[in-house]
Ligand binder design. Structure first.
Ligand SMILES: NC(=O)C1=CN([C@@H]2O[C@H](COP(=O)(O)OP(=O)(O)OC[C@H]3O[C@@H](n4cnc5c(N)ncnc54)[C@H](OP(=O)(O)O)[C@@H]3O)[C@@H](O)[C@H]2O)C=CC1
Ligand SMILES: O=C(O)CCC(=O)C(=O)O
Ligand SMILES: [Mg+2]
Length: 734
C-alpha cells in the first residue's frame, strides 16, 4: 500500500473547517510530494455504509490502523445519541436515500437486523475502532506560553457557593467491581441464572488472552432510584440547579439507561400517571425530554401530558439548562451534556450553570457512579478553598492514557446488560469454572470490561518514556481498593521493574496514587507552576484531557493528541475536544465559524514527520518543521478565531496559517527546490493580506446555506467556507 496521509471528513464544525483548511494542506503537501487522501467517516456516511450506499471507510481505516503504514489525521466526530441518529436518518431520507426508519421496538428478524446495523453507528463508534494504540495528549509548549501571556478567566466560586458533586458511593459500578487476570487464553461466557432456575446466556463467547484483565460489576437500580430521590430532594431543599453529568455517547449502552432513570425520577408523577401511554406510543425516557415532547402531539393525551411535564418542572427542583432561550434542559437530549466537557466548563464558570431564565446559579452536579466522581469533587473543593486556578502561572497536567484495543469501560458495550429478571450473573471459563458472580435484581445494569496485556505494557512503556523525555514526574491514577485497579497495579509494578519492557527508569519519577489523591497532588503542583503527567485508564484519559486543558489553556481544542499505534503507524487526533455543535448554529445564523483549528495544525506536524519516515520522504519533514514554526508565529500574532462577528473567524485563521507556512517554506534552506516553489505564493499572500481579509470579512453577518446538517451539500459548503476569490486563486494556482 502506498504511503499516504488520510485526512478524515467528519461532522459539524470540524467538517466545515475542513472545507476551508484542507485545500491549503493538500496544495502544500502536493508540492512536497506528500499524498493526502480523505475518507468520510461522518455519521451520515456511516449510516449509508451500513446499507451499502457508501463505502465502509471506517472499516477500511480500522484495518489500516493495524498496519505500520497507517497515518491518519482524525478530526472529532459526532458520537450519535438516538435522537441524533434519528435526525440524521430523516435528513438522509429527505435527500432521497433509501435508508429505513430506526426501529424503536424491533419485532421481526428484519427489524432486528436494521436495528443491529444502526447500533453499529450509534454512540462512540469511530474512536474505539481507530484507537489501536494508547494516548499521548498534552498542551504544546507554545500553547502554554500563549495561555500564560493571554490568560483566559477561570471565575472564582462565590464564598458561600453551594455547588457540589453528588454520587452514589455504594451499590454502584465502583463498589460492586470484581476482577480476574486470565492465566491462559480462554473463551468465557456470561450467563444469568434466574431465581426460578432458568438459565439465560447473555454472551455465548468472549475470547480472552493470557494476561488479560477481565472485570465485572453492576449498578443496582433500586439504589440508583433511592439515590436519585435523595438528590432531587437535596437540590430542591438547597435551591440549586439540578444537573446530570454522564457519558451517554461513549458509554452508549449503560449511560442512556441511567439517563432514562433520571428522567423518570425527575418526572416521577408524570410517569406514574402516563407511563403506560408513553410506553404504548414507543416513547423512551432514555432518549430524553426533547424526544418525549416532540412525540406528544401524536398522542391522544398529549396536551395533558405536556401540562403535567410543565407543572413538574415548575414545582420540582430547578433544572439546569443547555439553552435557556430555546427551553432546552439538562434532561432534553442524552448527548447534550457530556461529562468530560461539561464539568470543566462548570468549574471554569465559578461553579455555576444556567437556569430556565438564563440566569446563572450554583448546581448540584449529579454523577451517579462513584468510580471517577471523586476527581471532580476534589477539583471543586480545591477551587472553593484555594480560589480559581490562574492560567498565567499554573503548570500543566499532560496525560498518557490506556486506550488501545477497547480497553476498560469504553469497550464494555457488547458486555453490558439491563438485567431482565432477578438471579445471579456468572462469568464462566470454558472449563465451566465461575470466575466472577453477582446477585442481581431485574433492571440492574451489569457490565464486564476487558483490558488486554499488550496494551498495558505499551501504556506503561509510553508513560515512562514521556516522563523520561519531558523530565516530568508521572503519576499512575490507580486505586488499590478497586478490584480492576488492583489488578492493573500488579502489572504496572511488574513492568516498571522490567527494563525489557520500559527501558531505563533511572531518573524517572513515578508514583501510583488513587484518583482523588492524584488529583489533589497534581493540583497542588499545578498551583506551584509544576507539571505532572497523569497516567490513567481510558475513562480518566478522556476526563483529564478536557479538565486540565480547559482550566489551563481555556479549551481542549489546542491539545496535541497523538496515538502511537501499536502496529507502528500513527493516528493523530486533532485536539481533545468534540465537534462543537453550537458553532454550526452560529455559522448558519450569521456566517461566522468560531472553530479553532489549532488542533489540526498540531496534528499535522507529527503526521508529516511520520510520513517522512514511512515514505523516506525528507521533504515531508521540511513541511512539518515549517508548519511547526508557522503555528508558533500564528500563536504569537494571536490569529485564532475570535468568538464574535467582525473578527477573523476560522477561515481567516486558515489564511494566516497558510501565509506563515508559505513564508517558512520559502525561507528555509534545507530543500531549495521547495523554497523556490513557495516563494511566489508567500509573496502573493503577503501582498494581498488586506484584500483577502476584506473578502473574508465581507460575507459575515448574514445567514449561510450549507444545505443540510448531517450531510451538508459539498458545493454549498465550499462556497461558504472559501469566500475569498483572491485566496482561492493563490492556493489553487500553486
Ligand atoms: N474525538 C472525538 O471524536 C470527540 C467527539 N465528541 C463529540 O462531539 C460532540 C460535542 O461534544 P461536546 O461535549 O459538546 O464537546 P465539544 O468539545 O464539542 O464542545 C464543548 C465546547 O468546547 C469548545 N470547543 C471545542 N472544540 C473547539 C474548537 N476546536 N474551537 C473552539 N472551541 C471549541 C466550544 O466552546 P464554545 O461554544 O464556548 O465556543 C464547545 O461548545 C458530541 O457529538 C460528542 O460525542 C466529543 C469529544 C471528542
Ligand atoms: O468518542 C467519543 O464519543 C468521545 C471521545 C472523547 O471525548 C475523547 O476521546 O476525549
Ligand atoms: Mg473527551
Amino acid at each position: 500500500m502506498a504511503t499516504r496521509i488520510i485526512y478524515t471528513h467528519t461532522d459539524e464544525a470540524p467538517l466545515l473547517a475542513t472545507y476551508s483548511f484542507l485545500p491549503i494542506v493538500s496544495a502544500y503537501a502536493a508540492k512536497a510530494g506528500v499524498e493526502v487522501e480523505t475518507r468520510d467517516i461522518s455519521v451520515a456516511s456511516r449510516i449509508l455504509a451500513q446499507f451499502g450506499l457508501a463505502d465502509d471507510a471506517l472499516g477500511e481505516l480500522g484495518d489500516l490502523a493495524k498496519t505500520p503504514e497507517a497515518n491518519i489525521v482524525k478530526l472529532p466526530n459526532i458520537s450519535a445519541s438516538i435522537p441524533q441518529l434519528k435526525a440524521a436518518i430523516k435528513e438522509l431520507q429527505e435527500k432521497g436515500y433509501e435508508v429505513p426508519d430506526y426501529p424503536e421496538a424491533p419485532s421481526t428478524p428484519e427489524e432486528e437486523e436494521i436495528r443491529a446495523k444502526y447500533d453499529k453507528v450509534k454512540g462512540s463508534a469511530v474512536n474505539p475502532v481507530l484507537r489501536e494504540g494508547n494516548s499521548d495528549r498534552r498542551a504544546p509548549g507554545s500553547v502554554k506560553a500563549y495561555a500564560k501571556a493571554h490568560p483566559h478567566t477561570n471565575k472564582p466560586f462565590s464564598d458561600n457557593s453551594k455547588t457540589e458533586v453528588a454520587t452514589m458511593g455504594a451499590h454502584d459500578f465502583k463498589s460492586n467491581e470484581k476482577s480476574v487476570t486470565l492465566p491462559a487464553d480462554d473463551t468465557l461466557s456470561i450467563v444469568l441464572e434466574k431465581a426460578d432456575g432458568e438459565t439465560v446466556t447473555l454472551l455465548a463467547e468472549l475470547p480472552v488472552l493470557e494476561g488479560e484483565i477481565v472485570d465485572a460489576t453492576y449498578m443496582s437500580v433500586a439504589h440508583l432510584h433511592a439515590f436519585l430521590e435523595n438528590v432531587l430532594a437535596k437540590a430542591k431543599a438547597d435551591d440549586v440547579l439540578f444537573s446530570l453529568h454522564l457519558k451517554a455517547t461513549m458509554m452508549k449502552v449503560s449511560d442512556p439507561i441511567i439517563f432514562g432513570h433520571v428522567v423518570k425520577a425527575y418526572f416521577k408523577d408524570v410517569f406514574e400517571k402516563y407511563g403506560a401511554d408513553l410506553q404504548a406510543a414507543g416513547i423512551s425516557a432514555n432518549d430524553g425530554l426533547g424526544a418525549i415532547l416532540s412525540e406528544l402531539p401524536k398522542l391522544e393525551k398529549g396536551a395533558e401530558i405536556e401540562e403535567a411535564i410543565k407543572a413538574t418542572i415548575e414545582s420540582g427542583p430547578r433544572l439546569s439548562y443547555v439553552n435557556s432561550d430555546k427551553g432546552i434542559t439538562n434532561l432534553h437530549v442524552p448527548s447534550d451534556v457530556i461529562i468530560d466537557a461539561s464539568i470543566p466548563a462548570l468549574v471554569r464558570n465559578g461553579g455555576k450553570l444556567w437556569g430556565a431564565d438564563g440566569g446563572e446559579d450554583d448546581t448540584l452536579a449529579v454523577i451517579p457512579d462513584s468510580s471517577y466522581a471523586g476527581v471532580y469533587r476534589t477539583v471543586i473543593e480545591d477551587v472553593k478553598k484555594n480560589g480559581p486556578l490562574d492560567p498565567a502561572t499554573i503548570g500543566t497536567v499532560p496525560n498518557v492514557g490506556l486506550m488501545a484495543q477497547k480497553a476498560e469501560e469504553y469497550g464494555s458495550h457488547d458486555k453490558t446488560f439491563e438485567i431482565p429478571a432477578a438471579g445471579t450473573v456468572r462469568v464462566l471459563n470454558k472449563a465451566g469454572d465461575v470466575l466472577i458472580e453477582h446477585d442481581v435484581e431485574a433492571g440492574d445494569i451489569w457490565r464486564a470490561c476487558q483490558t488486554k496485556d499488550v496494551p498495558i505494557r505499551d501504556w506503561v512503556k509510553l508513560a515512562v518514556s514521556r516522563a523520561r523525555d519531558s523530565k516530568t514526574p508521572a503519576v499512575f491514577w490507580l486505586d488499590e481498593s478497586r478490584a480492576h485497579d488492583a489488578a492493573l497495579i500488579a502489572k504496572v509494578t511488574k513492568y516498571l521493574a522490567d527494563s525489557s519492557v520500559v527501558g531505563d527508569t533511572e531518573g524517572a519519577d513515578i508514583k501510583i496514587l488513587a484518583p482523588e489523591a492524584a488529583t489533589a497532588y497534581s493540583l497542588e503542583r499545578l498551583r506551584n507552576g509544576e507539571d505532572t503527567i497523569s497516567v490513567t485508564g481510558n475513562v480518566l484519559r478522556d476526563y483529564n484531557t478536557d479538565l486540565f486543558p480547559i482550566l489551563e489553556v481555556g479549551t481542549s481544542a489546542k491539545m496535541l493528541s497523538i496515538v502511537p499505534l501499536i502496529a507502528g503507524g500513527g493516528l493523530f487526533e486533532t485536539g481533545a475536544g468534540g465537534s462543537a455543535p453550537k458553532h454550526v448554529q452560529q455559522l448558519v445564523e450569521e456566517d461566522y465559524l468560531r472553530w479553532d483549528s489549532l488542533g489540526e495544525f498540531f496534528a499535522l506536524v507529527p503526521s508529516f514527520e511520520k510520513y517522512a519516515e514511512q515514505a523516506s520522504a525528507p521533504a515531508a519533514k521540511v513541511l512539518a518543521a515549517a508548519l511547526d514554526r508557522a503555528t508558533a508565529t500564528f500563536l504569537e500574532n494571536d490569529r485564532s478565531p475570535g468568538r464574535k462577528l467582525g473578527t477573523t473567524d476560522n477561515r481567516g485563521s486558515h489564511f494566516y496559517l497558510g501565509l506563515y507556512w508559505a513564508q517558512e517554506l520559502a525561507a528555509q534552506t534545507e530543500d531549495t527546490e521547495l523554497a523556490a516553489a513557495f516563494k511566489g505564493l508567500a509573496e502573493t499572500l503577503a501582498a494581498n493580506e488586506d484584500k483577502i481579509v476584506e473578502e473574508l470579512l465581507a460575507v459575515q453577518g448574514k445567514p449561510a446555506d450549507i444545505g443540510g446538517y448531517y450531510l451538508p451539500d459539498p458545493e454549498k459548503v465550499t462556497t461558504v467556507m472559501r469566500p475569498s476569490a483572491t485566496l482561492n486563486e493563490a492556493i489553487d494556482s500553486l
